[in-house]
Write a protein that binds this ligand. Structure first.
Ligand code: 13P
Length: 251
């Protein structure tokens, strides 16, 4: 079983000092934690400050996106090497908010995943269906297409560290969480797709996180699912107490 990962996606929140305060509380509250990994993903502008606060702790740092070109005339973009340079070890890629609002496609996800890997960043690749797609019965096919499409450029070796996050769009920021049965069903399917892309032993060790209204009062039952290997938390990761309760979920 892979080591569970509890990850906070801060989205478009936190000025630098707020990020420092939140990171500092998370470092304090996760001291001595064993058998679980913790990660935070602040906005670009707070990455360096957060890296300073996390330094010497076991809490990992991630960006929320990146651009695939290494350098050049791409105004406004941030490369994988630049993100690595801030102290990040991970990069979230293909979040549904980027797919919905910023034109992200499986093709751009694949390019970003490859660029992250090349720069030595571990990609956290997000997939998930809309409510409409779920109601049409298209969830499994869609998620499979996103996993295959997002990973097709990833070198074989990189499957050993890859992280996938299943985040049903209808559960993000809505207070509607997937039931443990719904999450487990999709996670199992993602696992089987990963098994078709790499060796079984490697696929079985890939962490598949669940995201979408994870809160202190539902994390325990979600984490009890055999194929849920962690959580990607939005809203509840902005309050240190809530996030730490999630980090300290009960088995
Ligand atoms: P919420 O936890 O706010 O629903 O957000 C989930 C998410 O999108 C994490 O990436």
């Amino acid at each position: 079983m892979p080591t569970p990962l509890l990850a906070g996606n801060w989205k478009l929140h936190c000025l630098r000092q707020e990020a420092r305060d939140l990171a500092s509380a998370i470092v304090d509250g996760s001291k001595g934690l064993e058998g679980r990994d913790v990660l935070v993903a602040p906005p670009y502008t707070a990455l360096v400050d957060t890296a300073e606060v996390l330094s010497g702790s076991s809490v990992a740092l991630s960006s929320q996106d990146l651009y695939w070109e290494p350098k050049g005339a791409f105004t406004g973009q941030v490369s994988a090497a630049m993100i690595k340079d801030t102290g990040c070890s991970h990069a979230i890629i293909g979040h549904s908010e980027r797919r919905q609002h910023f034109g992200e496609t499986d093709y751009t996800v694949a390019k970003k995943v490859a660029a992250a890997d090349e720069a030595g960043l571990i990609p956290i690749v997000c997939v998930g269906e809309t409510l409409e797609q779920r109601e049409e019965g298209a969830t499994m096919a869609l998620v499979e297409k996103q996993v295959r499409g997002g990973l097709f450029e990833l070198p074989a070796e990189a499957f050993k560290t890859l992280i996938v996050a299943y985040e049903p769009v209808w559960a993000i920021g809505t207070g509607k969480t997937a039931t443990p049965e719904q999450a487990e069903e999709v996670h199992q399917h993602i696992r089987s797709v990963l098994r078709s892309l790499t060796e079984d032993a490697i696929a079985d060790d890939i962490r598949i996180l669940y995201g979408g209204s994870v809160k202190p009062d539902n994390v325990d039952e979600l984490m009890a699912c055999p194929n849920v290997n962690g959580a990607l938390v939005g809203g509840a990761s902005l309050k240190a107490d809530d996030f730490l309760r999630i980090v300290h979920y009960q088995e």
